[in-house]
Design a protein. Structure first.
Length: 398
């Protein structure tokens, strides 16, 4: 299946031409061939970005839902996450978690075949997200043309060990493979956590990101030496939710506990050639890599983390559930020191938001974040009356 490289040209509404001008100027920096753009153009981008200060409501655009293009063409209607990552050809894959051909999981104990439930799913796009322009997805992993976008790897779907698979992040490797981090979810919500995981692991694609195989032993169970981080019975292992960014020979990984519960933010690194061999992973120990693991950031109620290097600036994002705010921090190196958090949006801007994943073609002055929301009202049923279960993108700056 042919996928084109990112397309930064798009018609836009006249009322946002000033904003879009900043976006289009920023877009010229996204292609590798444009890395030698002049300082004058960069200064213009900064000036325009600083001049335009729109409220959050005018900078967030919905991308999935019953009335959107991915629902019509790929049956990706109700879904979450939408984690953007670079594919081997430099176009962008969007990694979705629990996905439905309906608005969402209406049925109690929803099972495969009910409302088209599957996870994970990947859609692809060669168009840069902009203000007031929904993302147009041009293909889906695992199929040719339009149709039902399938799961891209095995999911136990409420078997005796696994409720579902939650993708964490994906990354393309220099040898053409694509690696995905995922969680095997094996427990229910508690007073302190939205869900429990059995383990986090690595899956590998050898066909450009169309299908993935978990790096496990027989019968889809972890074996000795597999790249698997088992959770404990108290659901407090700090290496369950991941985000990955390669810089040179190393992949840097920020991690947090499953279920958006209170705990530390940690960091691992691994040589990209050894991403499937757990013996090569090193912990950040507070001063360098190796030895006993120490927090990268102190305890907080971290949601799903996202880590990207944008030019010379490292950026991380996450929802802080202590205050229900989507935060970003910046640093000049992956180990910090990290800046104080900047609030990008909160639940007053988008009720029940979660995620906040950094688009790889962002710049510090044109930051694109993929944000999920689940909204329901209590109608006396188990799930309540589902109002929204979809993904949007927010445009801002660090």
């Amino acid at each position: 299946m042919e996928i084109h490289t990112i397309n930064t040209k798009r018609e836009m509404p006249k009322w946002i031409k000033k904003v879009a001008g900043a976006n289009m100027i920023a877009a010229t920096f996204f292609l590798p061939a444009c890395t030698s753009a002049s300082d004058t153009a960069h200064e213009t981008e900064q000036n325009i970005a600083q001049e335009v200060q729109l409220p959050v409501a005018d900078r967030i655009t919905r991308d999935t839902g019953l009335d959107m293009q991915p629902c019509y063409e790929y049956k990706v209607c109700g879904t979450d996450l939408g984690i953007p990552f670079l594919l081997p050809n430099n176009s962008v894959g969007y990694l979705f978690g629990d996905t439905f051909s309906a608005m969402g999981p209406y049925v109690k104990n929803v099972r495969p075949g009910r409302d088209g439930w599957r996870s994970p799913v990947i859609l692809r796009s060669n168009v840069l997200p902009e203000i007031n322009q929904p993302i147009i997805f041009d293909s889906a992993a695992g199929i040719s043309g339009t149709g039902v976008a399938p799961e891209v790897m095995y999911n136990g779907h409420r078997n005796s060990r696994e409720i579902s698979i939650y993708p964490n992040d994906a990354i393309s490797l220099p040898d053409g493979r694509v690696a995905m981090s995922y969680m095997s979810v094996g427990g229910n919500a508690t007073d302190t956590a939205k869900w429990a995981s059995s383990y986090a692991g690595i899956a590998i694609s050898n066909d450009g990101g169309n299908t993935f195989d978990r790096m496990l032993g027989s019968d889809h169970l972890p074996g000795p030496g597999d790249p698997v981080w088992s959770n404990n019975r108290s659901n407090t292992d700090p290496n369950q939710m991941w985000s990955m960014q390669r810089d040179g020979d190393y992949i840097y990984i920020i991690t947090a506990r499953a279920g958006r519960q209170t705990g530390p933010m940690m960091m691992l690194r691994v040589l990209w050639q050894h991403i499937t061999d757990k013996r090569y992973y090193e912990c950040w120990n507070g001063e360098n890599f190796g030895g006993e693991c120490q927090p990268l950031l102190p305890e907080s109620k971290y949601g799903e983390p996202s880590l990207r290097k944008l030019g010379d600036t490292w950026v991380m994002s996450y929802v802080d559930y202590t205050h229900a705010q989507l935060m970003t921090r910046t640093a000049s190196t992956p180990t910090g020191p990290w800046s104080e958090p900047k609030i990008q949006m909160n639940w007053r801007d988008l009720n029940a938001l979660y995620g906040g994943f950094i688009h790889p073609y962002s710049t510090p002055n044109n930051l694109i974040l993929m944000v999920s929301t689940w909204q329901s009202e209590d109608d006396g049923t188990e799930h309540g009356n589902l109002l929204r279960y979809d993904v949007s993108h927010l445009v801002g700056s660090v």
